[in-house]
Design a protein around this ligand. Structure first.
Ligand code: SF4
Length: 512
């Protein structure tokens, strides 16, 4: 088979793996060598569905022994098969690198012959690149579950980043959909990589030139939507992986239906990319905002809200904390405010030394006031409307989010503008009424629609009618004022009272 044909088959087969970020490596070029992971990292491109793809993301082979139900490369699929020899792939990588096509390599493989044979070929390919070609560019390599620990250790000394994909978020799903893979065969190499990284850190303290071991850390990937696990289960698993295996990243991959199986969602539907996006946002909160998975989701509300980012969702479920006075809150509380990140929280604290902040000065800290203003006061003043009303804020934020999702961000008069119209106070009875300041007579149905049409400029209305989900978000009745906020589930306790990271590392369905 021609090399170009192999390339086309094996690059196509690799496209479902999303864990291809290159961040974190400091490997520099050496005299006489080529490539530099620290300076340039790896090139990325974006696929149609928004996935980040490195330019040479390739499988060593797609000729698989296993038959995982969700995988395009499974043994029972009738697809073109190809395999590179270690030398072919090493030479190809260098040829691409020298032509400036790529900055690094993302290497994975199906399991051909045996896990050991596959890993052996990958290690040999890495050895050729590093030792013969003296390639110092970024390399991310997959550890093959079930491969000999000696081979994993060799790969770890040659690669910048390694990953073992969990894919399925529970042992039950693993058993059903990938029966040839075992929990232990996934967790053992993860643990080995973690130990190797820790050991290398220790050696480095004693010998400056101690050999490197996976300097950019390890990552893993979870598939979203192929199996019935909830977002809560997935986030709890991710949290356990960060805590126990010191993962650099957990990637979430919206399931794309490529096979037909009674165990899988029906092919043809769009991949759940919005759910994937929300999980990335929640994952960010775990890693950088000191949130705990249990705070974000719980038994009664196990799924993330697709219309609201997880931080807003959490804030609206904990109304007793808000609005927060920006001039008094400590760092941990500032971090909990939607629209305020670690950088703006630090800037707020240091700016307060020179005097109390106003909304104008707050803007200069980088806080996103578009969201934050609903959740804060500045010197006692609230700029999020008449008062802090979680149900009204929920309606506003979800309507705005729906606009954003459907490409209506450029709308000239937003729902916020309508909120700020001066209107007489009236008893609160429904979403639309609340949004419009309490002046309409009907809260839902035809009355509300007619009243809306009197108040909303026709240009906006025509857009609302084009967007069923926005219309329903606005028209849907809200619970009575003394009911809990709209997102389901009981209000959570103050974040400061909640258990923090470091709790049990087990995850229902996948004990780590
Ligand atoms: S082992 Fe990997 S390549 Fe083979 S069928 Fe399973 S997921 Fe696909």
């Amino acid at each position: 088979m021609q090399l170009s044909e192999k390339l086309s088959i094996l690059a196509e087969s690799a496209k479902y793996d999303v864990s291809c970020s290159s961040s974190g490596s400091r490997r520099k070029n050496t005299p006489g060598g080529i490539g530099n992971a620290a300076a340039a990292g790896i090139c990325h491109s974006w696929s149609d569905d928004g996935r980040c793809i490195s330019l040479l993301k390739i499988l060593m082979t797609n000729d698989c022994l296993y038959d995982c139900a969700y995988c395009v490369n499974r043994r029972s699929n009738d697809i073109p098969r190809a395999s590179f020899t270690p030398r072919e792939l090493a030479d190809l990588t260098i040829a691409f690198y020298l032509r400036n096509y790529i900055e690094g390599l993302f290497l994975s493989a199906a399991i051909r012959h045996s896990p050991d044979k596959t890993m052996e070929d990958m290690v040999e390919m890495l050895r050729l690149l590093r030792e013969e070609h003296r390639f110092n560019g970024y390399i991310h390599v997959k550890a093959i579950p079930g491969a000999d620990p000696l081979l994993i250790a060799q790969a770890g000394r040659l690669a910048d980043r390694m990953s073992v994909n969990i894919e399925l978020p529970s042992e039950r799903s693993l058993h059903l959909l990938a029966p040839q893979k075992k929990r232990e065969s996934i967790l053992l190499p993860m643990n080995q990589i973690r130990q190797g990284i820790l050991q290398r850190r220790e050696e480095k303290r004693q010998h400056r030139k101690a050999p490197v071991f996976v300097p950019a850390g390890q990552s893993t990937q979870l598939m979203i939507g192929a199996s019935p696990e909830t977002d809560r289960q997935i986030l709890r698993l991710s949290q356990g992986l960060y805590q126990k295996f010191h993962m650099k990243r957990v990637y979430y991959s919206a399931y794309m239906a490529v096979n037909t199986s009674s165990l899988l969602p029906v092919p043809g539907g769009p991949p759940p990319t919005l759910r994937e996006h929300r999980l990335y946002q929640a994952d960010w909160l775990l890693r950088f905002y000191h949130f705990d998975a249990e705070e974000l989701l719980h038994d009664e509300a196990p799924q993330l809200d697709l219309l609201l980012d997880p931080k807003c969702m959490w804030a609206l479920r904990n109304p007793e904390i808000f609005p927060v006075e920006i001039n008094r809150a400590d760092y941990q509380i500032l971090l909990r405010i939607p629209g305020i990140g670690p950088t703006s929280a630090r800037r707020i604290i240091s700016s307060r030394r020179y005097g109390p902040l106003t909304y104008d000065t707050l803007k200069r800290t980088g806080a996103v006031l578009k969201r934050a203003r609903y959740f804060i006061t500045c010197q006692g003043k609230y700029a999020g409307g008449r008062d802090f009303n979680p149900r009204r804020i929920h309606s506003l934020l979800t309507a705005e989010e729906t606009f954003a999702q459907q490409g209506y961000q450029g709308i000239q008069l937003s729902m916020e503008d309508l909120l700020h119209q001066e209107t007489p106070a009236a008893p609160f009875s429904g979403g639309l009424k609340d949004l419009l300041g309490g002046t309409i007579t009907g809260s839902t149905g035809e009355n509300a629609r007619r009243s809306t049409e009197e108040k909303l400029p026709s240009v906006i209305l025509s857009r609302f009618h084009d967007i069923p989900s926005v219309t329903s978000a606005i028209m849907s009745p809200l619970p009575a004022t003394d009911s809990p906020p709209p997102a389901s589930g009981p209000a959570l306790k103050s974040p400061l009272l909640l258990p923090t990271k470091g709790g049990a590392l087990s995850h229902e369905g996948f004990s780590l």
